[in-house]
Structures are given as C-alpha cells and as structure tokens.
Design a binder for this molecule. Structure first.
Ligand code: TXE
Length: 489
C-alpha cells in the first residue's frame, strides 16, 4: 500500500523513492515507506489549494467539520493499541508512554471538536445606527504542517485538529525518522470522511520536500515544530510570500528548586523532568538550578535514582526508558557530553553507552548528570535534546530568577517550593511559555503551549492554538447608503 496521500488517493513517489524505517531499539529496518521528492510535495500543495478554492470544506457548517474530528477521536481509540505499538517501534519510547500519547491525541481532537464551534465572531458598536459592523473569521487556506520525531503523532495532532476544524486544507509532513503513525492518522481521517484534497500527506527528507512545502506561493500558512536551525530556515523560506508562520523550536528549560521542598518529591520531579523519553522532550528540565544548602543531597538523590532507570525494548513490560531516536542523534548527545567535560563540568554519572549486552545494537545512552556547571558553558545554554542534566547552585531568589531567565530560549520552566507566595513570585518573573509550580511537565489541550523568545512564536493548543488557523475580517455594512460627499467639485 503506497504511503503518500494526494488529492484523496494513495500513491507512491513519482520518482519511485523509498526509505527504510529503523527501530532504534535494535537498529533493524522494520518498515519501508515511500519517499517523496519536490514534485510530490508540489502536487500535494496544489491538491490542497484546489480543495480549498473549489471544494466545499471551508464553507461547510463548522459542526460538520467538528463531527469529523469526533469520528477521528473514536477511530484513534479503536486503533489505540496498534498505533501505540507503531509509535514505540518508530521512536523507541515505552508502550506506556505511547498509549498516553494516543490518549492525548484523542483528547486534542475531542477538544477542538468542541472549541471549533464556539462563536468568536462579534459585532462592533461604531456609534452610527445605520452601520452594521462585524468582525468575522474564516480559514487561512492551505496549511503546511511539519512535525518532529520525538512526539510524532502528538505534535501533528496539535496542528491538524485545529487547522481542519477552522476549515483549512492541509499538507502533513511528519519527520522522515518517524513517519508511520502519521500515515495511520491520515488513513483514519480518510475513513472518517475527509473530502479529497482536504488532507494530503508527504513523507520525505526536510531538505528535499521542505522548499516546496514552505515557500510555494499556493501555501498560506506553515506550522513547524523542530530544531532552531530548521525553524529559522523555514521562517526565511516563508517570508518571501509573507506566509503566516508558527514555530516551536525547543528550549533549555530551568527547574529551580528551593531548600524548603520535600526532598524525595523534588528528586523524583527532577528525575522525571529530565530523563523522561531520554530527554528528547522540548520542555525537558535539563537545567537544574538548586539552592545551595540542599544541592549536594538533592543531586546525590538524582544520581542514585538515575543509575536505577531500567532500559530496554519499549514494547516489554517493566522497561522504564528506551533508546535515543537514531544513531545520528546519539552522536549529537555524545558530542555534548564530551563538550561538558572539556568545559570543566564534573561528570557524576552516565556520559556513556550502557554495558548491557541486550542494548548494544540500539541507540542507548546512559542518563548523565554534570555538576559544577555555570552559565557560561555551552552545555548549560544549548539544547542537547538528550538525557543530560546540568546542575547550578544559587543562594538568593533573585539569583534563581536570573539564572532561570538566562537563556535565549523560553519554552518552559519550573519552580519547586512550599512557599506559595514565592512560587507565584518566581513563576511571574520567569519568561517562559509554560511555568510549573511544584511539578514538571503536565499540559492539557485547553491551555496554550508555545515559546517565548527563541523557542518560537505563535501558540498551539487552547483557543489561541485555533486562532492561528483563522483569518480575521472586518465587514462594514451601511444600511442607508449615502454619498460620502468628501469632494466638493
Ligand atoms: O530536527 P529538524 P532534527 C531539536 C533538537 C534536535 C535538533 C535537530 O535539539 O537535536 O532540533 O533535530 C523537517 N524545510 N528538536 O534535525 O530538522 C524534518 O524533516 C522543511 C527540537 O531532527 O528540525 C522534520 O519533519 N522541513 C524539537 C522536522 O523538520 C524541514 C523536536 C523537524 O526536523 C526542513 C525535534 C526544511 N528545510 C528536534 N528541514 C522540538 N521543538 O520539540 C527539516 N525539516
């Protein structure tokens, strides 16, 4: 069965390209998919354009589009086990995590099925009885949706659900490293009744299909989640035709811990915050900023727990963590470990591949903790996107806030303290898109997600995540037409 979906038909790449899909647990090729080139990407864009301009999707009652999202949510739950398994094979994450991902994706479709029908148009009182002035909204047009490999289906759902309910037509481009669950999602969208051309799917390398998807004049909006360098390139590509662009580009997220915390809770929170999914999380708590008086004890606790994390095949019960996503990504992480050592950070644990013979073929890397870090180090400032925790110490609240904001990113951060007022004060001062107090990581579809500063612009989830996919139009109607009479001649 071919894997590209254009104008309502499944097809192979025009030039016959294919790509091996690799299981990061054992480096085995477990699937082969069609690999698009620029011409396939252009065909997908033109199909989406035609469906938007000539089809009825954008003009259909919003309730019809919301109903489609609800049907997709039902189908996601019907196929929950199969999708979760595929996500684990593709990413290496544990089955438990993949199941949560499918449930979260379902919740996103359900949320936008409801949020999409909430009335946002309004009338404006312009102070003239003969004028009816309305602010109305409609779809933006053709949207290119590009997702990364760490949460392949989840990140795509944050884009596709609001885009569709708002009446747009879409071209989906999952990461070439993890394409399979997005193929499954497109099959579900087709089964749920998405009209031909409304949803299109392109699989392929970013460099090959990216230009057609991000600079083609027929595209109106690009929503991208991925790395900073690619985000910059996409923003530039889209600038030529002044497209709407939303980018989420990762982060370097502080976890500030004050001395008044329950130590065991703080250790567990720090551990989960940084090592979940081997640190391949845009909001991962990689920068531990801890009050000096408890730092040694807290760090010792994190190190001891990190050494006990059970690695293995994500499909097996009892496994707590999988591998990194690819050999290439592990090399990047290893490069940062070497850099940390060169920069003078003190390696407390990890920093290497595990010895366990079962893990030799996969892309595993031990959870790594660096102490004695300071803000001048690249390992403290750059996104490693791996299982690397850096530790800095502070003495005053002011210093903690300074360090928490001492990053060019601004995606997420956290403060752990039992002093309610201090927690609120610090949360208020942190310049990040999400701040957790006494927690690390939770999010809900109802609340906006996104970056400040170089973590990106625009928002996903929540009402603002829908507004990204809507145009605003002011309609002014004079009920008693009269000559303006401005010119006298
Ligand atoms: O991501 P890319 P990569 C960070 C993380 C990671 C680094 C690089 O630090 O180590 O980025 O990862 C598509 N036009 N994050 O190289 O390249 C690509 O095919 C259009 C943070 O894997 O950003 C894929 O679908 N598209 C992040 C998507 O962009 C292009 C999650 C993401 O790939 C393209 C992942 C182009 N020119 C990595 N080039 C987060 N924010 O959570 C690539 N792509």
């Amino acid at each position: 069965m071919p894997d590209l979906f254009v104008a309502g038909r499944w097809r192979s790449a025009a030039a016959g390209g294919t790509r091996d899909v690799v299981n990061p647990f054992d480096a085995e090729v477990f699937a082969v998919v069609d690999e698009a080139a620029a011409e396939d990407a252009e065909a997908a864009v033109l199909a989406a354009r035609a469906a938007f301009d000539e089809g009825s999707w954008a003009r259909a009652p919003v309730a019809e589009r919301a109903a489609l999202l609800d049907r997709v949510a039902d189908l996601l739950q019907r196929d929950r086990e199969e999708i979760a398994r595929t996500e684990t094979l593709d990413t290496g994450k544990t089955l438990a995590e993949s199941r949560i991902d499918v449930d979260d994706v379902t919740a996103v479709f359900r949320y936008y099925a409801r949020e999409g029908v909430v009335e946002v148009d309004r009338t404006v009182d312009v102070g003239r009885p003969e004028v009816v002035s309305r602010v109305v909204h409609h779809a933006v047009g053709v949207c290119t949706l590009i997702a990364p490999w760490n949460y392949p289906l989840l990140q795509m759902s944050w884009k596709v659900a609001p885009a569709l309910v708002a009446g747009n037509t879409v071209v989906l481009k999952p990461s070439e490293v993890t394409p399979l669950t997005t193929v499954h999602l497109v099959r579900l969208l087709e089964e749920a009744g998405a009209p031909p051309g409304v949803v299109n799917l392109v699989l392929g390398a970013g460099g090959a299909v990216g230009p057609a998807l991000t600079s083609h004049p027929a595209v109106d909006l690009v929503s991208f989640t991925g790395g900073l360098a690619t985000g910059r390139a996409i923003a530039k590509a889209a600038a030529e035709t002044v497209k709407r662009v939303t980018v989420e580009l990762g982060g370097k997220n502080p976890n500030i811990v004050f001395a008044d915390v329950d130590l065991d809770v703080a250790i567990d929170t720090a551990l989960t915050g940084v090592f979940l999914h081997s640190g391949q999380v845009c909001s991962s708590g990689t920068r531990l900023i801890v009050e000096e008086s408890i730092a040694d004890e807290l760090v010792a606790g994190v190190v001891e727990r990190a050494r006990r994390i059970r690695f293995g095949n994500g499909l097996e019960d009892g496994v707590e963590s999988g591998p990194l996503v690819s050999a290439q990504h592990r090399e990047k992480v290893e490069g940062y470990v070497a850099l940390g050592q060169q920069e003078g950070a003190r390696l407390l644990t990890g920093g290497r591949r595990p010895d366990d013979p079962v893990l030799q073929r996969g892309f595993f890397h031990e959870p790594t903790v660096f102490d004695d870090c300071d803000r001048g180090m690249r390992i403290v400032q750059e996104e490693t996107f791996g299982p690397i925790l850096t530790v800095e110490r502070f003495r005053t609240e002011e210093e903690a806030v300074f360090l928490g904001n001492d990053t060019t990113y601004g995606l997420a951060g956290a403060v752990q303290t039992l002093d309610v007022e201090r927690g609120e004060r610090v949360a208020g001062a942190l310049r990040h898109g999400t701040v957790w107090i006494n927690d690390f990581g939770p999010y809900v579809p109802q609340a906006e997600w996104g970056g400040q500063r170089m973590s990106g612009n625009g928002r996903e989830l929540g009402p603002a995540g829908l507004a990204e996919y809507r145009e605003t139009k002011h309609v002014w109607r004079t009920t008693r037409p009269a000559a303006p009479g401005w010119f006298r001649g």
